[in-house]
Design a protein around this ligand. Structure first.
Ligand SMILES: NC(=O)c1ccc[n+]([C@@H]2O[C@H](COP(=O)([O-])OP(=O)(O)OC[C@H]3O[C@@H](n4cnc5c(N)ncnc54)[C@H](OP(=O)(O)O)[C@@H]3O)[C@@H](O)[C@H]2O)c1
Length: 349
């Protein structure tokens, strides 16, 4: 069977490179077009891009000529890892031209007819596409959450279903790759922790999970009734965002009950056996000193979230630690899983 041709927007960036790496051997999708800014357009990909992942750019892509995002794309499916300064307008224009835009950028995540999708958690939010396609005339945008939010929302979802999450407080320790390349200056971050991440990071972590854990009803999204408080930090880790999470539940649960709910969590990607779906979306770790970014971020090819240290809390009900690979499950891998679900449901244009 021939693979579905796709384009990568922002192909030269940190997320764009992950897209190319993860799609190199993909059974459904084949990268045939790459786009980036005017700085890169017109060059062969291997010359336009400073490749920052192990090895070299995939052979099928290295010789492709980089286009601008205004170029006409023959691919109906476009993956976007565009800088958020341009993603908003570019993605809307391409959806209006009939493309399916599967995006990492923050610009359209909270739009009233755009799914903010984690396929295991809220596949039913794809119901919003009907309204969106009527608005655009056929194309659409589907987004994945902020890189920390993917880990947080996946850790909260089973607890919310089983016990009702009323409130969560999260302290993040976020990796350098989350800032793109070249990102944070080495003299700022070596031997240091920076208690601030720009671009509204805390606000995203406080708002996006409420949309994800809410539901789509009568043509609109209804946010989950919970309060989330976030304090973010940039740390000198290459990949993998760690989060210390406190949770207050409507129906108090023991750490053992919470661990059982997390470990047994499955969703539509597992039922459909989508190519990028982890067998177990959440790995519950027993060791007292896990999860750790270097040891646990690559579980199930970077697509599983690791949770550990589930214990009672004197202020809230439970405390736990979660870890997500920020450029795989938190970005490119998340978007690819979204596109696999769209394909399986017959929703690709
Ligand atoms: N890194 C993560 O962990 C992560 C996780 C989740 C979501 N995201 C989101 O994903 C997006 C990409 O992040 P990143 O870390 O990959 O950033 P990045 O490394 O800075 O890459 C940005 C990409 O956007 C392109 N670009 C910049 N200005 C452009 C313009 N005017 N027109 C067309 N293309 C333009 C760049 O092309 P040139 O090389 O030609 O400049 C590059 O390909 C952002 O919206 C970010 O918030 C990132």
């Amino acid at each position: 069977m021939s693979r579905i041709p796709v384009a990568i927007l922002g192909a030269t960036g940190a997320v764009g490179q992950r897209f190319l790496q993860l799609l190199a051997e993909h059974p459904l999708f084949e990268v045939v077009e790459v786009a980036a800014s005017d700085r890169s357009a017109g060059k062969a990909y291997r010359e336009a891009c400073v490749w920052r992942l192990p090895g070299a750019p995939p052979a099928g892509v290295a010789g492709l000529t980089v286009s601008t995002t205004e170029a006409p794309f023959r691919s109906r499916l476009l993956f976007s890892g565009l800088d958020s300064s341009v993603a908003g307008e570019v993605e809307a224009a391409l959806a209006a031209k009939g493309h399916a835009v599967v995006s990492n950028s923050r610009n359209h995540r909270m739009d009233p007819d755009v799914p903010l999708l984690i396929p295991e958690v809220n596949a039913d939010h794809l119901d919003a596409l009907g309204a969106q396609r009527r608005r655009t005339g056929g194309g659409y945008i589907v987004t994945n959450p902020n890189c920390s939010v993917v880990g947080l929302a996946m850790a909260l979802a089973p607890l919310h279903r089983a016990f009702g999450v009323e409130a969560a407080a999260v302290v993040t320790l976020q990796a350098l790759s989350g800032a793109g390349y070249p990102g944070v200056a080495s003299l700022d971050v070596v031997d240091n922790v920076i208690p601030f991440i720009g671009g509204g990071e805390e606000e995203k972590i406080e708002s996006e999970p409420r949309k994800i854990l809410g539901h789509f009803e009568d043509g609109g999204f209804v946010a989950a009734a919970m309060t989330i408080s976030a304090s973010v930090h940039r740390v000198a880790v290459s990949d993998g965002h760690t989060m210390a999470i406190l949770v207050r539940l409507a129906k108090p649960a023991s750490p053992g009950d919470a661990a059982a709910a997390l470990a047994s969590f499955r969703g539509e990607p597992q039922e459909r056996r989508l190519p990028s779906a982890p067998e177990r979306p959440i790995h519950v770790l027993d060791a007292a000193d896990r999860p750790q970014p270097r040891l646990d971020r690559d579980r199930e090819n970077g697509m599983a979230v690791s949770v550990g240290r589930i214990r009672p809390d004197g202020l809230f009900h439970l405390r736990l630690e979660a870890l997500v690979h920020n450029t795989i499950r938190g970005a490119a891998g998340a978007a690819i899983l979204n596109a696999e679900l769209l394909q399986a449901r017959g929703l690709l244009p």
